[in-house]
Design a protein around this ligand. Sequence first.
Ligand SMILES: C[S@@+](CC[C@H](N)C(=O)[O-])C[C@H]1O[C@@H](n2cnc3c(N)ncnc32)[C@H](O)[C@@H]1O
Length: 243
Amino acid sequence: MSSDPSEVSGQAPASAEELSAETREVIAYYDALAPTYDTNRFGNSYGAYLDGLERRALREWLQGPRVLDLACGTGRFLDLASEGLDLSEKMVERARERWPGRRIHHAPAWSIPAAAGSYDSVFALHLFMHLHLGDIRRVMAECRRVLRRGGVLVFDFPNALRRRLVRYQATGWHAGTELMTWDLKMLGGSHWRLTRSRGLALAPVHRLPHAARPAFMAAEVVLGRTPLKHLASYYLVRLEKVD
Ligand SMILES: C[S@@+](CC[C@H](N)C(=O)[O-])C[C@H]1O[C@@H](n2cnc3c(N)ncnc32)[C@H](O)[C@@H]1O
């Protein structure tokens, strides 16, 4: 499933039979969405708003030249990475069209076809919200394996506190997993140190007039770093591998 399995070592990618029915459902969804994903999700002012906030934090937080974009989708952030990985064949196809020459693996996030210590940074945007806690643990363990000591893992997740406050109830796997920052200890144990966290989408972006969104984005960059971040829709965190 890797882009070039002969060039990499590490665990063998899981075969399709080893994937759960739910994982196959998630991937079928993204296979079908691949042709329209970019315009559908990020070709509007809401998408541009999120993309701007996420991109800014990634630029600040990532380190080193060896950077993996985990669940890279169509390659929205592959300009910030040296390699990508995704389990949807159709998303990988589009990412490879967009980024010819980049190594883009076709594999599950918990089975990265790379040797231990291969990366300085790994980031995963809009992935953990689709995974059960057991799978998040597996992905974090795999990221720990492929990162060098001191390497960083950056990812986002829906903020459980905000959801409770606004009485939001997720249905199904799509953005179904929500967390609080203290859950990270339970998921990653003592192997990680939380070095940065930021709130994303503090304002109810979809309710803001389109013309007002760029101005709000500037305010969010500042407010997302204050204690108000605990009220944002999403958290973005940066963990450092300590052992
Ligand atoms: C919402 S998209 C995000 C894509 C990209 N990170 C972005 O922010 O534009 C979620 C991506 O996760 C991928 N994905 C879902 N489950 C996965 C898994 N278990 N292993 C690898 N990729 C997975 C999907 O195929 C899809 O491309």
